[in-house]
Design a protein around this ligand. Structure first.
Ligand code: GTP
Length: 601
């Protein structure tokens, strides 16, 4: 298809405003997928995405639209995630596009990630097409929200389409506007090849598959290509697109978005954000990549079965290919053995990676409680970065500890401003600014320690504002804090994987909460187990797990055999995620206890 008839775009939105539903309708309308094949949220192909109803990975699909002017247009639609943890994926997909459809829920209006995504789109010089979704809802106020978009974002909404992605109302009009208002790719077919790698995955038969957006030139089988950042060279074997089924093509031209395979066995050769060019006729310079995101949260991942360490290592390498923001390096724990310290963009990201490792690679894992990166200034004048509480130097060697703060922007209806201020205060937030957004809403700016945000801030914010507040945050700076390491002792032994770094004034409260929580979570054993929290050798909280008295099966003695079986099975199920530490069996949940601690202190 002629380049002027190509449109490469993303759909961007705040979480749950309806991107995936709109994408589904677009696929239906363009007959990309037959109705009977159509499953809801077709682009969310990962099992996990379906279950959770959120989009995690970006997906690129090619489709053909017969426009009302009688001509055919080739669309490449790239779906993006909306959660703050996955901003990285969004910026990647936007770099592959020329335009973006901005979906705003007409009942909820502009939210924190609406703005964050718009800024990302503007950074990538994209044309933005505003669309109002969910106008079928009784609470929809499209006119009010249009005004909001004009005031807060500065986009002209006079022609913004009002749709219901759910029913399909006016969705065709969105496609017409994509043709009329979004630009065609601007590259040149005569220039040397420059193709942006925006995603990749590992296929056991074909090696690494790279997803690319061809910005200049063209690429076809037998071409000798070079990855400009890594210098790796390969011969292309196949090229193609996804519709969303994989389709092999003869060639990918300027403006096309598709995939290539080149028998790439070495995972390190393909870096997302890199530029592919031809060996014989190389481009002068790579395309502008995009910001490499730094992990914000770290945790240890350990196989329950130590023999599967190598499998975990291989799985992480493959997953990283598909998720460039994931970082990891080997670590050892006295309690848990050999594993990896892994870095994530946020807790949801951590959760998703852990679940993908378990499902896609059939691993049983123990994850330790998440931690941010602390800057520890030692008395000898040196500074070390500590992402694992167990690695904190002895107190007498520490001059001061600095922790990362984020600048958080919270949009909230006026009646909940007090509740949010309260919450930020409790989380050691420092007030920065407050702005009136419109008649109903305010925007609060706070500097808050990242460690307080990653735990239960999001849930607390939602519950104290009936779900009406939304937050966006970005790293701001490191600041000194009164921080101490809190150790947990089970049966008198420190369990290194349960150590956490806590704010000193919260330590007693957290120590208590943690020991009580552990008491509930760790199953009773044949002997009594003291559970203690300690700071620098001083015990600050203590409780006991009583010894087991009754045989669990005794209750069912003579009873229903199927019930007995069920009970045994349940125990076996629970066992899977248990780790023997010394003489005590610890379930996975115990390592996450710190997350669910109610820290009113
Ligand atoms: N009433 C109504 N509900 C809608 C409409 N569009 C989407 N929804 C619902 O809103 C919810 C979120 O829709 P999604 O398409 O999953 O939202 P999303 O923006 O893709 O969410 P993420 O991928 O997780 O960022 C779902 O329950 C949809 O059924 C609409 O036009 N009207």
């Amino acid at each position: 298809m002629e380049q002027s008839h190509i449109r490469n775009f993303s759909i961007i939105a705040h979480i749950d405003h309806g991107k995936s539903t709109l994408a589904d309708r677009i696929l239906e309308l363009t007959d990309t997928v037959e109705k009977r094949e159509m499953k809801d949220q077709l682009l969310d192909s990962m099992e996990l995405e379906r279950e959770r109803g959120i989009t995690i990975k970006l997906n690129a699909v090619q489709l053909v639209y017969h426009a009302k002017n009688g001509e055919d247009y080739l669309f490449h639609l790239i779906d993006t995630p909306g959660h703050v943890d996955f901003t990285y994926e969004v910026s990647r997909s936007l770099a592959a596009c020329d335009g973006a459809v901005l979906v705003v829920d007409a009942a909820q209006g502009v939210q924190a990630q609406t703005l964050a995504n718009v800024y990302l789109a503007l950074e990538n010089d994209l044309e933005i097409l505003p669309v109002l979704n969910k106008v079928d809802l009784p609470s929809a106020q499209p006119d009010v929200v249009k005004q909001e978009i004009e005031d807060l974002i500065g986009l002209d909404c006079s022609e913004a389409v009002e749709i219901s992605a759910k029913s399909g109302l006016n969705v065709e009009e969105v496609l017409e506007q994509i043709v009329a208002k979004l630009p065609a790719p601007s590259g040149s077919p005569d220039q040397p090849l420059q193709a942006l790698v925006f995603d990749s995955l590992y296929d056991p038969y074909r090696g690494v598959i790279a997803y690319i957006s061809v910005k200049n030139g063209s690429i076809k089988p037998k071409d000798k290509i070079r990855f400009m950042a890594t210098g790796a060279e390969y011969e292309v074997i196949e090229v193609g697109v996804r519709t969303p089924k994989e389709v092999v093509e003869d060639q990918l031209n300027t403006g096309d978005v598709g995939w290539i395979s080149a028998a790439i066995k070495s995972i390190e050769d393909v870096r997302v954000g890199d530029t592919i060019t031809k060996v014989d006729e190389p481009a002068n310079a790579p395309l502008q990549g995009y910001r490499q995101m730094q992990p914000m949260v770290y945790c240890g991942l350990y196989p329950v079965d130590n023999a599967r360490y190598d499998d975990l290592k291989e799985a992480l390498a493959k997953l990283k290919l598909n998720d460039a923001a994931l970082q990891y390096e080997p670590e050892t724990s006295q309690a848990l053995g050999f594993g990896f310290r892994c870095g994530f963009l946020g807790l949801l990201h951590m959760d998703v990676i852990e679940e993908r490792l378990e499902r896609e690679y059939n691993l049983n894992l123990i994850a330790t409680s998440p931690s941010v990166i602390y800057h520890v200034y030692k008395t000898d004048g040196t500074m070390i970065s500590v992402d694992n509480p167990a690695a904190l130097p002895a107190p007498q060697n520490i001059d001061r500890i600095e922790e990362p703060y984020v600048k958080a922007q919270i949009m909230v209806p006026k009646e909940y401003v007090g509740a949010i201020m309260d919450l930020c205060q409790k989380k050691r937030g420092e007030y920065v600014d407050m702005q009136v957004l419109d008649e109903l809403r305010m925007e609060l700016t706070y500097e808050i320690p990242l460690s307080e945000i990653i735990y239960d801030f999001f849930d607390k914010m939602k519950s104290s504002t009936k779900g009406y507040a939304s937050i966006d945050y970005a790293f701001s700076q490191y600041r000194p804090s009164k921080l101490v390491k809190m150790d947990i002792l089970l049966n008198g032994q420190i369990v290194d994987a349960l150590s956490t770094i806590v704010f000193k004034d919260f330590a007693y409260h957290r120590g208590n909460a943690m020991t009580v929580k552990l008491k509930d979570l760790i199953p009773k054993q044949q002997f009594e187990i003291p559970v203690q929290a300690a700071i620098g050798g001083k015990i600050i909280a203590r409780t006991n797990i009583k010894a087991l008295r009754k045989n669990v099966l005794a209750k069912c003695y003579g009873g229903d055999i199927s019930r007995k079986k069920k009970l045994l099975e349940k125990q076996k199920e629970g066992k899977k995620r248990m780790k023997m530490v010394g003489s005590v069996e610890i379930p996975q949940e115990a390592f996450m206890a710190v997350l669910s601690m109610d820290d009113e202190g």
